[in-house]
Design a protein around this ligand. Structure first.
Ligand SMILES: [Cu+2]
Length: 139
């Protein structure tokens, strides 16, 4: 039993050192079909390759709502417009926390809204820049 306890504690401390608590990024998905961070439209978010993030998104309905009640959506696209796995969400009114992992490959990624939320929908997005700490992404 003592052995189990020691082993459990060792696993726990090990897990904590491998996975620090993820950084929280606050965003709004607004009624005017825009993503904002601190009031800034279409923000640029920087992350390290493979960084764990929590997107805390407050969504407000725009003119149109999807049949399932989603007011906005979110998908991350690479520079060839391919969807990044694990980055596809439907947003509902209110606050939601989305756990995501930054892509391993450095570069610029574009997050887009995936719900036709109004006639302004096409311009709804933000940028994720992935670069190794101390490097500037040149792509
Ligand atoms: Cu939208």
């Amino acid at each position: 039993m003592i052995v189990c306890g020691v082993l459990g504690a060792a696993l726990l401390s090990n897990a904590q050192s491998i996975a620090p608590s993820p950084r929280v990024i606050e965003l709004t998905a607004d009624k005017d079909s825009r993503f904002r961070q601190d009031g800034k439209v279409a923000p640029i978010i920087e992350a390290s390759p493979g960084e764990h993030l929590i997107l805390r998104i407050t969504a407000t309905r725009a003119k149109q709502v999807a049949r399932d009640g989603s007011v906005h959506g979110l998908a991350l696209l690479d520079k060839d417009e391919n969807a990044v796995p694990g980055w596809r969400f439907y947003l509902h009114p209110g606050v939601q926390e989305l756990a995501v992992t930054a892509p391993l490959q450095a570069g610029r990624y574009t997050a887009v809204c995936t719900i036709i939320c109004s006639d302004m929908h096409e311009g709804m997005g933000f940028t994720l820049v992935v670069s190794a700490p101390g490097n500037n992404a040149k792509e």
